[in-house]
Design a protein around this ligand. Structure first.
Ligand code: CP
Ligand code: NVA
Length: 328
């Protein structure tokens, strides 16, 4: 398998074999890290630029630690600290950074921006989240599912909440690619876009996967191996949408009834950050305004033994390391 020079923009660009290769490489790198085996010789002396037009904890830290572990230097460009898009076009930025760095990570808004960056950079570009896709998160999720459930093909994953944004889209794609059974369980308005659903159905036909869209919580979560959710309002969306999201998505909150219906072995996953208590500023503001103390997942489920969210978060680092190790 040779992925050298490839950008990592969305999983639709990769074959199932390539995706599984990256997951296996991540497992290998994770094992080395746990044993204290250093990997600094893999890319010693190289440098990568990390562009974040939206905030981040996991993705930024994963890229920085992984780059260091591979022997590389990093430059972090924060949401306000560069000229990108304000005084300098994406194409010009790409050519400048591409001349100084061996690779570029981009987190921001439209998918088209990261695609354009990759067209002009001349070095691999990695998507650290756009409105449409979050592909590095998918590798971490698949590695976590493999570790916890012991298989990938045939696994039944139900996504609840806003399924038409980066997380819903990406999970539908990765499930289709890897022969898994994906269910978007939410109100019709939040189903993934029709064109992407069609594309994924076509892929799933070849891999043995299935795509289901349902508004019925009982049917949609019955027998699921994985119950997955994400915030109801994503980064970059206006505060004004909170009220309708709470109203429309509350029936799709992951609570103990959902987990019980899913089955004894079911695990709970979330890309994080999550609103499951009042220990955040936004959580407290929402409580003051709308009177709810938990949103997409109850604190009980989040803190339960079925919840594998912190293992999932750790795996962000190992999988991002695999992406850089393989494409540089
Ligand atoms: N899951 C995820 O991408 O987290 P951050 O926003 O903290 O990077
Ligand atoms: N849908 C969320 C994912 C965060 C990792 C967002 O875009 O804010």
């Amino acid at each position: 398998m040779n992925l050298k020079g490839r950008s990592f923009l969305k999983l639709l660009d990769f074959t199932p074999e390539e995706i599984l290769y990256l997951v296996d490489l991540a497992a290998e790198l994770k094992d080395k890290k746990k044993k204290g085996i250093l990997t600094q010789d893999m890319h010693r002396g190289k440098n990568v630029a990390l562009i974040f037009e939206k905030t981040s904890t996991r993705t930024r830290c994963s890229f920085e630690v992984a780059a260091h572990d591979l022997g590389m230097g990093t430059t972090y460009l924060d949401p306000s600290g560069s000229q990108i898009g304000k005084k300098e076009s994406i194409a010009d930025t790409a050519r400048v950074l591409g001349s100084m760095y061996e690779g570029i990570e981009y987190r921001g808004f439209e998918q088209e921006i990261v695609e354009e960056l990759a067209r002009y950079a001349g070095v691999p570009v990695w998507n650290g989240l756009t409105n449409e896709f979050h592909p590095t998160q998918m590798l971490a999720d698949i590695l976590t599912i493999k570790e916890k459930i012991g298989r990938i093909k045939g696994v039944k994953l139900t996504y609840m909440g806003d399924a038409r944004y980066n997380m819903g889209n990406s999970l539908m794609v990765v499930c289709a690619k890897l022969g898994m059974h994906f269910t978007a369980c939410t109100t019709r308005k939040y189903f993934p876009g029709e064109a992407l659903v069609k594309e994924c159905e076509k892929i799933a036909q070849e891999t043995g996967g299935t795509i289901t869209l349902t508004e019925d919580v009982t049917a949609g979560t019955k027998g699921a191996d994985v119950i997955y959710t994400d915030v109801w309002v994503s980064m970059g969306e206006p505060d004004a949408v909170w009220e309708e999201r709470i109203k429309e998505l509350s029936p799709y909150q992951v609570n103990s009834k959902v987990m019980e219906n899913a089955g004894e072995q079911a695990v709970f996953m979330h890309c994080l950050p999550a609103f499951h208590d009042l220990k955040t500023k936004v959580g407290r503001e929402i409580e003051a305004k709308f009177g709810i103390s938990e949103m997409e997942v109850t604190d009980q489920v989040f803190e339960s033994s079925a919840s594998i969210v912190f293992q999932e978060a750790e795996n962000r680092m190992h999988t991002i390391k695999a992406v850089m190790a393989a494409t540089l």
